[in-house]
Design a protein around this ligand. Structure first.
Ligand SMILES: Nc1ncnc2c1ncn2[C@@H]1O[C@H](COP(=O)(O)OP(=O)(O)O)[C@@H](O)[C@H]1O
Ligand SMILES: [Mg+2]
Length: 299
């Protein structure tokens, strides 16, 4: 399968055509023939605008990665995360957001570029090694064991440090008390929002310094989505730095210190959350269309 002809890529093209019509008279970024050209390469300074000083906690530099030989889904994607930050990744369907998160967690092979954790090279390190180094990951789907209880799910999260289970579970319950109150309930019996809390709790059992979240609000009611964003902030306030991928772009940018717009495997825009939210180009090209996609998905 070629990345350019995959269904998700076609969605990206539709997105491109729509933009071309809407920006008539303005900068024709995508071309009127409907071929969605990749965004122009951004300079390092542009990619890292608004970044705090000092060594980043996580530094992904120009990652090229993909699933199949010769097909690169990430085409030079970069991001940094500093201590205490929440950093958001938004962008159209099929842009490579999940692929970027998976490449940060050793689940997709990085062919070129470099990934550093606190100044140490962790490029292509296995996921279990990354967990031991303080990286946690919550995938977009199938992120809990439905036939296990909440406590058993938490035990799976602490399988690398079983003796520390009680201490870690207490830590997780200090952030999400409900998980302790309902510890014997099966995860499969919980609502979508509660399951998302279990998934985050499981990843927090190893007390990570970095938490990677893939679309935690997907498929939830608007009220539960709000709760999820509040939880992400709680986790962050508890001292965990967060990289969050979101379809709910506007809401995501509201809670983020900085955000990256990914399009066709590359950085298209980046900046402070609120600056991106108010940038007319970002609104025109991404936010309006993304909101439509979210609405359609909810219908
Ligand atoms: N396991 C996989 N094998 C092959 N191609 C994949 C796989 N997962 C995703 N892709 C392709 O990678 C591209 C980006 O997908 P993804 O990272 O899931 O995008 P996003 O999360 O931004 O919607 C898409 O073209 C998709 O079809
Ligand atoms: Mg995704």
């Amino acid at each position: 399968m070629n990345a350019v002809t995959s269904p998700d890529r076609k969605a990206g093209k539709r997105h491109g055509r729509k933009v071309a019509r809407e920006t008539e008279g303005g900068t024709d970024i995508y071309g009127l023939d409907g071929t969605a050209d990749a965004p122009r390469p951004m300079s390092r300074a542009e990619v890292h605008v608004g970044e705090p000083e000092g060594e980043p906690l996580l530094d992904a530099d120009n990652l090229v990665a993909g699933y199949l030989p010769g097909v690169n889904i990430l085409d030079g994607a970069s991001l940094t995360l500093h201590d205490g930050e929440i950093v958001g990744i938004i962008g159209p369907n099929g842009a490579g957001k999940s692929t970027l998160l998976k490449s940060l967690f050793g689940l997709v092979r990085i062919h070129a570029g470099r990934l550093m954790l606190r100044g140490r090279d962790i490029t292509n390190l296995r996921a279990d090694k990354l967990v031991a180094k303080g990286v946690g990951f919550v995938p977009q789907t199938e992120n809990v064991f439905p036939s296990l209880t909440i406590a058993e799910n938490m035990r799976m999260g602490a399988y690398q440090a079983p003796k520390k289970f009680d201490e870690r579970f207490e830590y997780v319950c200090s952030i999400f008390p409900k998980l302790g109150e309902r510890r014997n309930q099966l995860a499969g019996q919980l609502s979508g929002g509660e399951r998302q809390m279990v998934a985050m709790g499981r990843a927090l059992m190893m007390q990570p310094s970095v938490l990677l979240l893939d679309e935690p609000s997907a498929g939830l009611s608007p009220m539960m989505q709000d709760e999820t964003f509040i939880r992400v902030r709680q986790v962050n306030k508890a001292g965990v730095s967060v990289v969050i991928v979101e379809q709910n772009a506007r809401r995501c940018l509201q809670i983020c210190d900085r955000g990256y717009v990914l399009d066709q495997g590359r950085n298209a825009y980046s900046g402070r959350g609120r600056d991106l939210m108010n940038d007319p180009k970002v609104i025109n090209l991404y936010l309006g269309n993304l909101e439509e996609e979210v609405e359609k998905a909810g219908q």
